[in-house]
Ligand binder design. Structure first.
Ligand code: GLN
Length: 539
């Protein structure tokens, strides 16, 4: 197509309008027309990345192949577009400043005063334009986190202004706003949108396309009014009405012609429509499924479903392909104990114990594992969930009552999960996390090899503690199979129980590798087992 085109997605009026979903949907539409597209998110907060953030702040930390702890919007980009994002796909103010300060210390600025403009804005512009170096993307879609008008977002909007000036017709700004509905007047209100566009204009940025989130359909009159007051062409005012699933948004945006108007604004001929056949089939299946599959997600951040977003979406993908409606029950592991576990879990077709850090809620997770194991209920343990599966087995079957992970109790008699020697040496550097994609070899004859249908996979990790191989032989002799091993380090990545309907624990996080058009095999097979379990119960 020639030069890379840059699309910025900003948000106005309020947060939580779904900029990430709009950015991902636009990416999907352009990609489905045959263009090479990638998405990027710039976060105005000062944290270096999402690694230290409590999930209550911005939801889960997404993890990229190259080991970056990222904003969860990167998950939407990957699940919608089926692409792989990287460290450069998510940059925060903290990282921008870190890089500028390092350069200042090295003397790179030759004694100049280092300022927000031009040094910080240059660094931001570089993170945007460098993304396509060596990749030759047709479109780079950059979402600016936060809401226009936030103090911390100013350098980003200024960078957008400068890039529009420098790249001229190769740049475009899509602004997402909200039209509140005033019930007493039975009217949708455009004033907040007008104000947020004014705010952008004050900063020197005229949006080219406006996407209006609304709970009620817009008539032509409202669109024309917004067009007139906000100085955009009438065809560039796009309605974005609430839909039951985020996966319907690309279809809605296609109906509304979002990709067409974007292409026209770039002077690109619009030929036909984006090919969304498989996507439509998926959404159709999702909407027509009536029979449920009931899964329990046992974790400690259950009040905030975004804390387990990728797991939730992976389960939705799998349930949809099995023509089931996912009925997910979030269970607070802190509230789960020996006396209520049967009541809480007896109606479940499958049980998933979530990843996590720290002691809180561990006992409940172990109770959930025990219930699933003894009652032959399909069980999937991820990260800490896998560690709980091993601990429960070691305690109950091997009889090592005082077994634990060093994370929970460094003085336990049996440290079944422990820091490895090389990590201990790096402790002072706070660099002990194993993070990013690593290879895993699957054992011949194992369930997991049968599910993946290959002998070697690569999956993403985010954890510190490893299964202590000192106990491997005993564990296997007692019937738990270590069926996935990292070929370089020998670390145990997967455990399973061969005599159980479906009992698999993975130290890695398969949820970061499930997309709409490529659901993850482990989630697919876990949900299949849960469906079989529910059918067996019904008979
Ligand atoms: N807290 C555990 C560890 O660091 C597990 C983390 C996870 O669930 N990925 O090893």
């Amino acid at each position: 197509m020639g030069k890379t085109k840059y699309i910025f997605v900003t948000g106005g009026v309020t947060s939580s309008l779904g900029k990430g979903i709009i950015a991902a949907s636009l990416g999907k539409l352009l990609q489905s027309r045959g263009y090479k597209v990638t998405n990027q998110k710039l976060d105005p907060y000062i944290n270096i990345n999402s690694g230290m953030l409590n999930p209550y702040e911005h939801g889960e930390s997404y993890v990229t192949d190259d080991g970056h702890e990222a904003d969860l919007d990167l998950g939407h980009y990957e699940r919608f577009l089926g692409i792989k994002t990287s460290k450069n796909s998510n940059v925060t103010t903290g990282r921008v400043y870190q890089s500028v300060i390092q350069k200042e210390r090295r003397g790179d600025y030759l004694g100049k005063t280092v300022q927000v403009v031009p040094h910080i804005t240059n660094e931001i512009k570089k993170t945007i334009t460098q993304l396509s170096v060596g990749e030759e993307y047709d479109f780079v879609i950059t979402e600016i986190g936060g809401t226009v008008g936030d103090i911390e977002g100013l350098p980003y909007i200024e960078s957008v202004r400068q890039l529009r000036h420098e790249l001229k017709e190769d740049c475009l700004c899509v602004h997402l706003t909200y039209l509140p509905y005033v019930a007493a007047a039975k009217e949708l209100k455009t004033k907040p949108t007008q104000h947020s566009v004014k705010e952008l204009l004050q900063l020197g940025v005229q949006p080219d396309v406006l996407v209006l989130r609304t709970e009620h359909p817009l008539n032509r009159g409202i669109k024309d009014k917004v067009a007139l007051f906000c100085n955009v062409s009438a065809d560039a005012v796009v309605e974005c009405i609430d839909v039951p699933t985020i996966y319907e948004v690309p279809l809605k945006m296609q109906e509304e012609g979002l990709d067409n108007v974007v292409l026209r604004k770039f002077g690109i001929n619009v030929d036909g429509n984006a090919e969304l056949g498989k996507w439509k089939t998926f959404v159709g299946k999702m909407k027509s499924a009536t029979e449920k599959v009931r899964i329990a997600l046992v974790g400690k951040y259950v009040e905030l479903p975004d804390a387990y977003l990728s797991i939730h979406e992976s389960l939705i993908h799998a349930a949809t392909y099995h023509d089931r409606k996912l009925d997910l029950t979030f269970i607070q592991s802190e509230n789960l104990n020996e006396s209520n576990v049967v009541k809480m879990l007896k109606d479940m077709d499958g049980i998933l114990v979530a990843p996590g850090f720290g002691q809180r809620g561990i006992e409940g997770k172990i109770q959930a594992v025990k219930y699933a194991r003894l009652n032959n209920v399909p069980f999937f343990g991820i990260g800490l969930g896998m560690q709980c599966a091993v601990l429960e087995y070691v305690k109950d079957v091997l009889g090592y009552v005082d077994a634990d992970s060093t994370e929970m109790n460094a003085r336990a008699e049996y440290n079944i999960f422990d820091l490895m020697q090389e990590q201990k040496e790096r402790l002072m550097l706070d660099d002990t996390m194993r993070i990013g994609a690593f290879d895993c070899e699957l054992k011949d004859g194992s369930k997991v090899k049968d599910i993946y249908k290959c002998g070697k996979v690569s999956e993403r990790h985010r954890h510190r503690f490893e299964f202590n191989n000192k106990y491997k032989e005993e564990l296997e002799n007692a019937g738990m199979v270590c069926s996935g091993i990292n070929p370089q380090s020998g670390f145990v990545e997967v455990v399973e129980l061969p005599n159980h309907k479906w009992f698999i624990g993975t130290q890695f996080h398969p949820e970061y590798n499930s997309s709409v058009l490529n659901p993850h095999p482990l989630f697919m097979d876990f949900v299949r087992a849960a469906v079989d379990n529910s059918s067996a119960k019904a008979e």
